[in-house]
Write a protein that binds this ligand. Sequence first.
Ligand code: ZN
Length: 236
Amino acid sequence: MSKGGRSGATSLISGVNVFQEKVFGNKESLFRQLGEGQHPGVLFITCSDSRINPNLLTQTEPGELFLLRNAGNLVPPRCSAPSGEAATVEYAVAHLKVRDVIVCGHAKCGAVAGLLNPTSLDTLPAVKSWLGHAAGVVEETDRVAAADPAADRLEIAVERNVLKQLDNLRTHPAVADALAAGRLRVHGWVYQFETGAVTAHDPSSERFVPLAEARREKFAAPTEAPSDAPPTNRSI
Ligand SMILES: [Zn+2]
């Protein structure tokens, strides 16, 4: 349908027709099964950027990823103000009991680029305000860049932003409780959409390394679900 350009509503409708006529039938049993409830294992937090397709990247089917997307893959820290991000994190971790949360930044992120060049956001006040949840990322970027002047500043910032959002994520009570109970793992990834490469943060070396090098057990299958797990037959 799309060749990397702009898809209008007409082409989307054509896509729905193709899905209904040629795709749905092959997955009908899966969709009927999902009608009984969802049991995703992973909360996948990434940018709204159109160049990212989490299910394509991870080769997952409907029902496997609980998704949270916004500009810059930000997670506002715990605060009193209601937010969709807080609700999504709470629902995924406390109710659906996902076993892993992945914050996935990406190459050439416009939101992170805006962090590095605030004047570019003068006509985007909502974006500028939203990026307040990435406070400190520019300073961290400058610190890392000073030690490695040849490195690409935007690439550094994308990685530092992922780490900042993991810190924000840990402030949420549901996440803190699950981490303390040893039933949740959090991961930081960066996706290079132009090459398909993915790097993962390695806490032991404090570096982002190719995902293939990340220790497999960090993404091991979860242990048996707690017996008091609430029913997960509600969608959101
Ligand atoms: Zn982005």
